[in-house]
Design a protein around this ligand. Structure first.
Ligand code: KG4
Length: 352
């Protein structure tokens, strides 16, 4: 079993996993704390992580004998530096206390592997299907990643400005829906119609670039909302539906282009935005057309930030020797701009 911690942004999370089986998965969300600023306020996030970290770890470990643990895992990046620090410090303390290896994990790799949670497939069966195209969409990341093996990733498309979740959050804010807005916008969009306002789909005809961009759409939405004067319930429903539709159409076009460019047998969809039923439906439809199988985390709790996904990624890293032994924890530091296709500064390439 592995105890895993994630404090990369505004969720204080700890979990225990055994391979890909989730034993416990405790998340303390700071959403209400940050709502009044309409986004994450870093020093408040740090303080809240410090206040809650022991509580989430104790709850995740409830009923588990620490002797059963094989390692302690922690997110070291990407994320907010001062927030990451809280989890790293706690993980080092616990690893030292129980004399265990420490496994530093990339947050995006955690999201990417989260569809494997409680998978009945053996690792060998999963390996047989590589390469796999993985779409990770959250508040900070929008990447299509060609996964050639676990630990071997090529980013084939990413955003040149906002992340998809961030764009949805900003649109929700323009409509006065609150923070974080992605899920609220989805609820409003269900009541509206997608052909009521003339918002453009971003980057039409430029799909060959394999680049996401949401800033033009956001600016157009800002103007459109400004033209409305006061917003009625109906206009909020319709504007939500229109914005979400255009952002998703752009996403669909890039997924189609990637599947044409990189033939794969599986597509995995993860990250906070993977909780969106409409986007899941659209991506599933594309997968059917390409005869590609579709996988997403089995519960919405595994889509947003959580410790279980970090533990699952850590299990694979432990098997491949990517851990830090007890006498060497000092090399582990936060890597706020970590990339999923790069090793951490203290890691050396190994055969997988
Ligand atoms: O993975 P996550 O919890 O944090 C990051 O690593 O960023 O993702 C949070 C993002 C937010 O932008 C939030 O609005 C979005 O995921 N999100 C959604 C939904 N639920 C959360 N976006 C669209 N539809 C949803 N149902």
């Amino acid at each position: 079993m592995i105890l895993a911690i994630d404090t990369s942004c505004d969720e204080t999370a700890a979990a225990v996993v055994s391979g890909t089986r989730v034993v416990s998965n405790i998340i303390w969300s700071q959403a209400t704390l940050h709502a009044k600023w309409g986004g994450v306020f870093p020093s408040a996030a740090k303080r809240a992580h410090e206040e809650r970290i022991d509580w989430v770890v104790d709850k995740a470990m409830k009923g588990i004998d620490p002797k059963e643990l094989k390692a302690v895992a922690v997110t070291v990046g990407p994320g907010l530096a001062i927030a990451l620090e809280v989890g790293i410090t706690k993980a080092k303390q616990l690893a030292l206390k129980y004399a265990l290896p420490l496994i530093p994990v990339n947050h995006v790799e955690g999201h990417l592997l989260s569809p494997l949670a409680s998978s009945s497939q053996s690792t060998d069966q999963i390996l047989a299907d590589f390469p796999i195209l993985c779409f990770v969409a959250s508040g900070g990341t929008t990447q299509l990643i060609l996964t050639k093996a676990i630990g071997d990733y090529d980013i084939v498309a990413q955003t040149s400005d906002d992340a998809l979740g961030e764009a949805l959050d900003k649109a929700a804010r323009m409509l006065g829906l609150g923070y974080p807005g992605g899920a609220l916008l989805e609820q409003m969009a269900k009541l509206g119609s997608t052909n009521t306002y003339p918002l453009p789909v971003p980057m039409v005809g430029k799909e060959d670039r394999l680049q996401f961009s949401f800033s033009g759409l956001k600016t157009a939405m800002y103007r459109l909302v400004g033209q409305q004067g006061s917003l009625t319930k109906t206009s909020i429903y319709n504007l939500s539906a229109v914005f979400q539709d255009r952002a998703f159409k752009h996403t669909e076009k890039l997924i189609i282009k990637s599947l044409e460019t990189y033939p794969v047998r599986q597509l995995w969809f993860s990250g906070g935005v993977a909780a969106n039923t409409e986007l899941r439906r659209r991506i599933r439809r594309i997968c059917r057309a390409f005869s590609v199988s579709f996988k997403t985390p089995y519960s919405k709790k595994l889509c947003g930030d959580n410790g279980a996904m970090i533990g699952i990624a850590a299990g694979f890293k432990l098997n491949h020797g990517y851990f830090v032994a007890a006498n060497n924890y000092d090399v582990v530091d936060r890597v706020p701009r970590a990339r999923v296709d790069q090793l951490f500064p203290w890691e050396k390439p190994r055969a997988i």
